[in-house]
Design a protein around this ligand. Structure first.
Ligand SMILES: NC(=O)c1ccc[n+]([C@@H]2O[C@H](COP(=O)([O-])OP(=O)(O)OC[C@H]3O[C@@H](n4cnc5c(N)ncnc54)[C@H](O)[C@@H]3O)[C@@H](O)[C@H]2O)c1
Ligand SMILES: [Zn+2]
Length: 364
């Protein structure tokens, strides 16, 4: 499957996304064509290299000994400027010039750092993405956002830099721990609620197949989610408006991540956030009770949390939301599900209403 994403702006204007369970074998050739003589430097999440390095050699990809591969320990605490500088210095020392390109192999942390480094290395060079987590395949590798964290908060520094090409192969997910698969599933469920009821039903009916990493089932959800995100991003590259629908579940989700000191992982926090959004929607007489129940059941099926942790006070969540960069002025704005497959943006949410919903969702 090939998705063409044409976006306004400076080059590279298009990201081509190849999704398939035979994509790994096509990367080397595809890269060579796309590079047009540029030298590629491969930046791998070291943990992924340890699991997949041998396969990479079979595929004829370069190896660390050749000087074109940089391994780095990708983890959220490492998603910071120091890592960008580390990579940039390694690149300079390896001889990378403004005619080089970067290839990111790893999850969202790797993709975000490599994209960021590519966007500023010698004033910007092209990059390619080979996402290896479900989250990166359905979310972070699509859309062109890059970034690193500051001690003050996540993703506070970043750029828009479209990867020239993204290669998505579900076979990477065979080695992905279940808890990481779940983080990506939360974003898939989010996509389904935003605008794909067929995807929703597929996820409901294929829990087992997805958990045992059946490549066909994975392909189905990855392509549907990528397509949805692409459609949204295409309509609004710079988050001027429509892109905000992708924030479903994220307003409360981000607050919960922060308040739990990131003990609650992103996808898990978004699951609770989606339930809070469903709760608000129910109160406003929009989402049918049956749909809200289906959402809770699906989250439970995936062992996602469905309650606000007992040690988090609703008031603290509200304060954290007030401090969030995604807030518009003084208004609380929320993406709310109208039903499964449709969302609406509301800017008239009352703090008291949100407090009640959160109290209701709190663990007893
Ligand atoms: N740019 C965007 O638009 C965007 C969107 C969503 C999220 N993000 C960012 O993405 C990051 C999260 O991404 P993530 O969940 O992929 O995190 P990650 O890159 O930390 O990967 C999660 C874990 O899985 C391991 N891993 C990766 N691939 C594996 C594989 N195939 N087999 C076994 N283990 C594997 C990694 O080593 C890591 O321990 C966050 O920093 C978030 O801010 C960015
Ligand atoms: Zn998210």
């Amino acid at each position: 499957m090939k998705i063409d994403l044409s976006l306004p702006g400076s080059p590279p204007r298009t990201s081509e996304i190849s999704i398939g369970d035979d994509v790994l074998e096509t990367i080397a050739g595809g890269l060579e064509d796309a590079l047009r003589g540029r030298a590629a430097y491969w930046i791998w999440d070291e943990a992924v290299w340890n699991l997949w390095g041998r396969r990479a050699a079979e595929l004829g990809w370069p190896e660390p000994a050749g000087g074109r591969v940089i391994l780095f320990a990708a983890s959220e605490p490492n998603k910071r400027m120091a890592s960008v500088e580390f990579l940039a210095r390694r690149l300079v020392n390896a001889g990378a010039t403004r005619d080089s390109a970067l290839v990111a192999v790893g999850g969202g942390v790797t993709g975000d750092i490599v994209g960021f480094a590519a966007s500023i290395y010698m004033r910007g060079i092209p990059h390619f993405q080979v996402p290896t987590t479900l989250l990166a395949q359905v979310d972070s590798s699509v859309g062109g956002k890059t970034g690193v964290d500051l001690p003050e908060g996540k993703n506070l520094l970043g750029t828009f830099h479209q990867p020239t090409r993204v290669w998505v192969d579900p076979r990477w997910l065979v080695t992905l721990p279940e808890a990481e698969l779940r983080q990506g599933m939360a974003e898939v469920i989010k996509s389904a609620i935003i605008g794909d009821e067929v995807l929703w039903k597929f996820v409901e009916n294929n829990g087992q197949n997805l958990r045992r990493r059946d490549p066909e089932a994975l392909l189905r959800i990855i392509s549907a989610s990528c397509l949805l995100k692409t459609r949204v991003v295409e309509a609004d590259e710079k988050e001027a408006g429509y892109r905000r629908v992708l924030n479903l579940g994220h307003t409360v989700g981000h607050a919960l991540e922060k308040l739990t000191g990131y003990r609650l992982k992103h996808g898990d926090a978004v699951a609770v956030g989606m339930l809070a959004a469903a709760g608000l929607s129910r109160r406003m007489g929009m989402m049918p009770a049956g749909d809200a129940e289906r959402l809770e059941r699906l989250c439970e099926q995936w062992a996602m949390p469905v309650r606000v942790p007992a040690d988090i006070r609703p008031e603290a969540v509200i304060d954290a939301i007030r401090a969030d960069k995604k807030r518009i002025g003084d208004r609380l704005h929320f993406i709310l599900p109208v039903r499964i497959g449709e969302v609406v943006e509301r800017t008239d949410i009352d703090y008291d209403e949100l407090r009640d919903v959160l109290a209701h969702l709190r663990e007893k």
